[in-house]
Design a protein. Structure first.
Length: 321
């Protein structure tokens, strides 16, 4: 009798779950663009309305820099002959210089919106996942080893070390909002600096491997690989968890990046090619029709309101939500 009752309960739960499942959202347009590469694409950065850079590569073989000058419709691919390693991080400094960082300490930077690139190396041969020069004479770069150990390195304009800080967890990216203020995200960790990286203070937020941030002044949205989504309106003094990625009643998403067009409308991209959306500031999330199985690693909003997403196997999509 007990087993029969348990079976009836399971059937009811399954039926209720299925009946409560919402229909998928539908895109107005999905256009796959020609990237002219099959390498992994990790990070999108618009340099104004028309020029856009996407960085990537294959880990130990080749770098990839994909560039558009028509707002993200057509793309050219460039691979630096010196930096024969994958580029993971991308940072736009206040003076307009864009920095790419990656495997074995390789760094590329461009002062002309990606037309030409110069090669440098941080000489500890770490794998760098992000970097900026918030001032002309001080750069900050973050590295990680298998999510078990990380380094925050400050370097001078010649990429010589000023100082280094080491921690026993992984780091995934750095975001500098001004010359003095910035954030570092990683495995169960968010840190903030207000003195150009001299010191970093841990923020009161955890329970995910944080992978992406979208910063609008003191208002920040953040996603984690376990599917968590977090929000602050005061520069990180207080964080609110909008989505619990460990909630077994919610769909399981592995999130790489997040972007908000305004205070209400935002999107996040997933490791299995899915895209989710909110129209209420992140309180609730819905899933779109899936158009690829490639991991989608970065997302940005185009000048006309379209979304640009990029990921594995050189995939770039322009989509109208």
């Amino acid at each position: 009798m007990l087993k029969y009752t348990q079976c009836i309960f399971i059937v009811i739960v399954v039926l209720c779950t299925g009946s409560c499942k919402k229909d998928l959202l539908h895109w107005q347009k999905v256009q796959q663009l020609t990237s002219n590469t099959t390498m992994r694409l990790n990070h999108i950065q618009f340099l104004g309305d028309n020029t856009c850079i996407i960085a990537g590569g294959t880990e130990f073989d080749q770098s990839a820099i994909v560039r558009s000058v028509d707002g993200g419709y057509t793309w050219n691919c460039y691979s630096d002959t010196n930096a024969k390693k994958e580029m993971f991080g991308m940072g736009l400094s206040p003076n307009g210089t864009i920095y790419l960082s990656g495997v074995d300490g390789d760094v590329l930077h461009s002062k002309d919106s990606g037309k030409t690139w110069q090669f440098n190396r941080i000489n500890n041969w770490n794998m760098y996942f992000g970097g900026y020069f918030p001032t002309p004479d001080t750069g900050i770069f973050v590295s990680s080893v298998l999510q078990r150990q990380c380094t925050i390195a400050r370097v001078d304009s010649n990429f010589n070390f000023i100082d280094q800080q080491t921690f026993l967890f992984g780091l995934n990216n750095i975001y500098m909002t001004t010359a003095r203020t910035g954030y570092i995200i990683g495995y169960g960790t968010v840190m903030k600096t207000t003195n150009t990286g001299t010191t970093w203070n841990f923020q009161n937020v955890d329970n995910d491997n944080f992978t992406g941030m979208d910063i609008h002044g003191d208002e920040i949205w953040m996603c984690g690989f376990n599917g968590g989504i977090y929000h602050t309106t005061d520069g990180g003094n207080n964080w609110q968890r909008l989505r619990n990625g460990n909630d077994v009643t919610l769909p399981r998403y592995y999130l790489w990046d997040i972007v908000f067009k305004d205070e209400q409308n935002g999107w996040a991209v997933c490791d299995n090619g899915k895209v989710i959306r909110t129209d209420d500031g992140g309180q609730h999330w819905e899933e779109y029709d899936q158009f690829t199985t490639n991991a989608l690693r970065s997302i940005a909003v185009c000048a006309n309101g379209d979304l640009l997403v990029a990921g594995d196997n050189g995939s770039i999509f322009r989509i109208a939500p």
